[in-house]
Design a binder for this molecule. Structure first.
Ligand code: HEC
Ligand code: HEC
Ligand code: HEC
Ligand code: HEC
Ligand code: HEC
Length: 175
């Protein structure tokens, strides 16, 4: 734009302002409730890269309910102690783990993925149909700390259901 003749463009100013506002509103509405990128620090720095990546422990070894029910579930202290009663038990983090275990306490992991209660979702159907953990959770085996990779919005669910010819009736996910 030449500074000499701004009048040429001035008539578009209201239009640009309205488009800008609309863009803002659309963006705000689309981001409502979206937690993509959420990666809280956990009480013990548990590394998926180390366990599922480097040591290749299968996801289902720890998330044993993922092919059976709604929740994949986070493993109990017993599962950790299967290995850590011996493995790396001189490390301070593992000593903390052991102390919790001996006191009969569990670690209060901070929940990362969380759908609203009015949505009906189960891991079982998805795992049974061969949808990979990584499709919904990203490359977990490379993560030092768990991060939410997908928006988990209705649009996200419905897009895949359309593509895979799964049901998109309202009652499938809202009962
Ligand atoms: C040795 C046990 C272990 C293995 C193996 C393991 N996980 Fe986990 N996972 C955990 C623990 C403990 C947490 C809770 C702490 C955290 O978020 O880091 C967790 C948390 C998660 C979460 C986030 C839960 C939430 O709060 O929303 C996802 C998703 C997940 N794991 C997926 C996987 C996938 C996919 C694999 C395989 C590639 C895998 N895990 C392998 C122990 C394990
Ligand atoms: C179709 C997408 C999808 C697939 C496939 C999937 N997850 Fe999830 N996962 C989710 C959603 C959505 C949530 C949040 C569920 C909620 O809040 O009820 C979640 C939550 C979790 C959690 C937190 C605790 C829980 O169970 O709610 C863990 C752990 C987890 N997933 C692990 C896994 C593992 C391991 C696999 C593969 C065996 C897997 N997920 C496959 C979408 C998926
Ligand atoms: C199948 C065996 C196995 C299981 C089950 C397991 N781990 Fe591990 N863990 C390992 C191995 C192997 C290492 C690497 C040890 C090393 O590098 O010396 C490790 C390392 C760690 C470390 C890092 C220690 C350090 O400071 O260097 C932490 C923390 C940890 N594990 C926590 C957990 C927790 C919490 C659980 C339960 C949710 C768990 N582990 C379950 C095998 C396991
Ligand atoms: C990556 C693809 C994918 C994503 C993402 C996905 N789904 Fe699915 N979903 C499927 C497939 C495939 C099936 C199995 C359909 C069948 O059994 O024919 C399924 C089945 C279901 C069913 C059972 C339908 C029945 O047969 O009764 C429900 C409920 C469901 N999904 C809810 C959700 C919700 C809620 C979300 C989002 C949080 C979601 N899904 C995200 C692929 C996906
Ligand atoms: C495949 C699963 C799925 C199907 C099918 C589905 N929904 Fe949803 N719906 C969700 C999820 C997940 C959420 C929560 C996340 C969000 O708000 O985007 C949601 C949220 C909603 C909300 C609340 C929006 C808000 O901002 O709080 C309404 C209303 C809704 N759905 C209506 C419908 C109607 C009407 C249909 C049928 C045309 C339908 N849904 C079909 C998964 C689904």
């Amino acid at each position: 734009m030449s500074f000499g003749e701004p009048s040429k463009f001035r008539k578009y100013t209201p239009l640009v302002a309205v488009l800008f506002l609309l863009g803002g509103v659309v963006y705000a509405v689309r981001s409502l409730g979206v937690n993509t990128g959420y990666a809280p620090e956990q009480p013990i720095p548990f590394s998926h890269r180390l366990h599922a990546g480097e040591n290749q422990i299968p996801c289902l070894y720890c998330h044993a309910n993922a092919d059976k029910g709604r929740h994949a579930t986070v493993p109990s202290m017993n599962v950790c102690m299967n290995c850590h009663s011996v493995v790396a038990n001189d490390k301070p983090t593992i000593q903390t783990l052991k102390k919790y275990y001996e006191e009969g306490r569990s670690i209060e992991w901070i929940r990362v993925h969380d759908l609203p209660d009015f949505v009906y979702f189960s891991h079982r159907w998805h795992v049974a149909k061969g949808v990979q953990c990584q499709t919904c959770h990203g490359k977990v085996e490379a993560m030092e700390r768990i991060e939410q990779m997908q928006p988990l919005t209705m649009g996200w669910c419905v897009d895949c259901h359309r593509a895979k010819e799964a049901s998109i009736e309202c009652g499938t996910c809202h009962q």
